[in-house]
Design a binder for this molecule. Structure first.
Ligand code: FES
Ligand code: FES
Length: 169
């Protein structure tokens, strides 16, 4: 397989590495860059566990995105949500509302929430449920996750606008 030098900007830091041209973004994050906060679930775009944020606003399944397609974009993973050791309001809301059980879906859920709120800072319950469609949780029954997204929206409304991936979110 042909290889290529790839530069990825992840959580504000540039990483340059050589990889096969068919390397997915998820493989690049986990295997090449050893950033294992983004989770491998199905590998086929069906569970949402691998969701990351592009340019602070666009959600993508990193298992369906080639690493070369992500060059030049700002990629944010859940590991990039904290600032100077402080949790992002979305992370705080998930913890406070008990929206985490085993935690395997949580990185994808947090990044999906960041995308939902970047697009619509004050979503209705229906909009939240629609936005989360495609992210599977085997543990929580979703109710607490929906409440956490709502709570995060309120917290971000009253707090300062936070920067995610170099963009407002
Ligand atoms: S691992 Fe990408 S959607 Fe399941
Ligand atoms: S908390 Fe276990 S899969 Fe969601």
């Amino acid at each position: 397989m042909k290889t290529k030098m790839i530069t990825l900007c992840v959580n504000g830091k540039d990483h340059r590495f050589e990889a096969p041209v068919n390397r997915t973004l998820l493989q690049a994050l986990r295997d090449d860059l050893k950033l294992t906060d983004t989770k491998y679930g199905c590998g086929t775009g069906e569970c949402g566990g691998c969701t990351v944020l592009m340019d602070g606003k666009d959600n993508v399944c990193s298992c369906l995105t080639l690493a070369v397609e992500a060059e030049g974009r700002h990629i944010t993973t859940v590991g990039g949500m904290t600032r100077e050791g402080e949790l992002h309001p979305i992370q705080i809301a998930f913890i406070e509302l008990g929206a985490i059980q085993c935690g395997y879906c949580t990185p994808g859920m947090i990044m999906k929430t960041a995308g939902i709120l970047a697009d619509n800072p004050n979503p209705t319950e229906e909009e939240i449920r629609k936005g989360l469609d495609g992210n599977i949780c085997r543990c929580t029954g979703y109710e607490k996750i929906v409440l956490a997204v709502r709570r995060a929206s309120e917290m971000m409304d009253t707090a300062q606008t936070r920067k995610v991936g170099g963009m407002s979110a």
